[in-house]
Design a protein around this ligand. Structure first.
Ligand code: MF3
Ligand code: CO
Length: 254
């Protein structure tokens, strides 16, 4: 069942989205050489404590922290650690969500630490652009898989691969609601999936690999990494379909 959001619910989700974008902007600023992912998580926890926000991921399926990180070959869901020190040339995914006034918002960015290789630059650009291309497909005349198809086609044309093992999702009163929003056309995807309607809110989150799309999970039970050890990037926005088209609830204003 897809839960459409009314005006009042969208208002609340806008507030949650703004908080998420502000935390991500702050973490982006702090993600410099020598900083640990542990310290970045602490910064987010402090902001949450001060503002009275509940971090969405902490305790979700027993996830132990407030932020998920993904360094280099890590795709998503890396646990903060004092041993994970950012160094020049790294790329790091930062994924964060909050629960505020009964509604969730969820967003992720991947940022460069110092000077990164050209292929890493391209991976970040293509992954970010694929998200925005997907968002452009969020309109009432389309179906969910129009988003998926746009993302997949663009990413593969640029020579990268789309992770199949994790997908985007509806979001609202719960962090994960229907529908699933894959970043690829699934084998049974002929009909194009569910029709998009005003009031739908989705977290669209392409995960793009430099090499093979294959993944594996590390022994910590959380960290998803590329099977071939090559780079991966992740960008995510919470997006509402309104009567005026897509509205990005987690957009960062620099
Ligand atoms: N952005 C991710 C998601 O939508 C983060 C979930 S991590 C978890 O699924 F810790 F909450 F599981
Ligand atoms: Co998400």
């Amino acid at each position: 069942m897809i839960r459409l959001k009314n005006r009042e619910e969208l208002k609340r989700m806008r507030v949650a989205g703004r908080v998420v974008s502000e935390v991500l902007m702050r973490l982006e600023e702090e993600a410099k050489e020598g900083v640990t992912t542990w310290e970045l998580n602490e910064i987010a926890e402090k902001i949450c404590a001060t503002g009275g926000f509940k971090a969405a991921f902490k305790g979700y399926a027993n996830y132990p922290a407030s932020v998920c990180f993904a360094l280099n070959e890590e795709i998503v869901h890396g646990i903060p650690s004092k041993k994970k020190v950012l160094k020049d040339g790294d790329i790091v995914g930062i994924d964060f969500g909050v629960l505020l006034n009964g509604y969730y918002a969820d967003s992720a960015i991947t940022v460069a630490v110092g000077k990164i290789r050209p292929v890493a630059e391209k991976l970040l650009r293509v992954t970010r652009d694929s998200l925005y291309r997907g968002i452009d497909m969020v309109k009432s005349s389309n179906r969910v898989l129009d988003i998926s198809k746009e993302i997949q086609t663009y990413v593969e044309k640029e020579g990268f691969s789309i992770v199949r093992d994790f997908v985007g999702h509806g979001i609202g009163r719960e962090l994960h609601e229907e529908p699933q929003v894959p970043n690829f056309i699934p084998p049974n995807g002929k009909g194009g999936g569910i029709r998009l309607r005003s009031g739908m809110v989705m977290a669209i989150e392409p995960m793009v690999n430099e090499g093979s799309e294959k993944t594996k999970i590390l022994e910590d039970g959380w960290t998803a990494v590329t099977y071939d050890g090559k780079l991966s990037a992740h960008f995510e926005h919470t997006v509402a379909l309104t009567d005026n088209g897509p509205e990005i609830l987690t957009e960062r204003i620099h």
